[in-house]
Design a protein around this ligand. Structure first.
Ligand SMILES: O=P(O)(O)OC[C@H]1O[C@H](O)[C@H](O)[C@@H](O)[C@@H]1O
Length: 291
């Protein structure tokens, strides 16, 4: 069935949106505008933890959480790690495209929706528009960030995509060779390195921040028959992450059984904060395609 469904709770509040085209489907929660499922030809391509909390009390562990306005605690330790966008309920922006093969919907977040306690720490006005397009076997997710206030401000942003993995021993990320990165895994100790591998594999904890990445196209192998191509649009940086065993144990909504079934490939701007002038707009995103 090719359609767009708005799923509401018993009080009529919109909880999530499901979009389907001829070959694929996607599901997006209003909480965090977190896209939690992308199925192509019957195969789920995103990882969602079985222990993920979906009631709006915690960032959703899996899918594509949106990091804004800070990555980790880069701007300030007083704001939640990875910012407030992933833990705030967004507004429905409506349907932009609705043909059998192309479905596009959008979600909006402004400072008006954000808990005042966060705005005391990051006292700025903004408008985010998150657009999700399901187009054949491609999924595009893009973020438009506008400064609607009276002074410039700094931000980080990231699409923290969790990919579903069938066999981690076959999994890998291709396309980052010769890029500079910071190895923030415990073993890497924050060292700056240059990537010398054609294919980055997962045999221990991986937490790498690739910065000023000129490459735009990457091939992800996940152990499933079809690879996924990622096109990075505008955003300068890429984070590659697998928590492995010890870190998994520290995440109650993940569980140590999960690490062989996922890795994150995250496009964003996290190395240097971006300064956005009054009325200025920054746009960035990704296109994922099953090939
Ligand atoms: O547990 P979270 O706040 O969702 O963060 C999950 C992960 O996000 C990024 O990938 C960071 O590089 C990791 O260091 C962090 O552990």
């Amino acid at each position: 069935m090719s359609n767009i469904d708005l799923i509401r709770d018993s009080n009529g509040n919109l909880i999530k949106v499901k979009i389907n085209n001829t070959n694929a489907s996607a599901e997006i929660y209003m909480f965090g505008a977190t896209l939690t499922s992308w199925v192509v030809n019957g195969q789920e391509r995103l990882f969602l933890s079985k222990k993920a909390i979906l009631n709006g009390t915690k960032a959703i562990r899996g899918g594509i959480p949106i990091v804004f306005p800070q990555f980790n605690t880069k701007l300030t330790t007083d704001l939640p790690s990875h910012g407030f966008a992933r833990i705030t309920t967004w507004k429905w922006g409506g349907i932009n495209i609705n043909t059998p093969d192309r479905k596009e919907v959008s979600f909006i977040l402004t400072d008006k929706e954000v808990n005042k306690k966060y705005l005391e720490i990051w006292p700025h006005q903004f408008k985010l528009v998150y657009t999700v397009l399901l187009d054949g076997k491609s999924l595009s997710t893009s973020l438009r960030i506008k400064n609607t206030g009276n002074e410039p401000w700094l931000f980080n942003t990231l699409l923290h995509t969790y990919f579903n993995v069938d066999d981690l021993t076959e999994a890998g990320v291709n396309g980052l060779i010769n890029c500079n990165y910071i190895d923030t895994s415990p073993e890497g100790n924050g060292e700056k390195k240059i990537e010398d591998r054609q294919k980055i594999v997962f045999q221990k904890e991986v937490d790498s921040i690739y910065y000023d990445v000129n490459q735009k196209n990457f091939k992800l192998q996940t152990g499933f028959k079809n690879d996924i191509m990622v096109e990075k649009c505008t955003l300068p940086d890429v984070v590659v992450w697998n928590p492995w065993i010890e870190k998994s144990k520290r995440m109650a909504d993940f569980g140590e059984e999960s690490y062989p079934h996922m890795f994150c490939f995250e496009v964003g701007s996290v190395y240097q904060p971006i300064e956005l002038d009054v009325d200025a707009v920054y746009e960035g995103g990704q296109v994922l395609t099953v090939v």
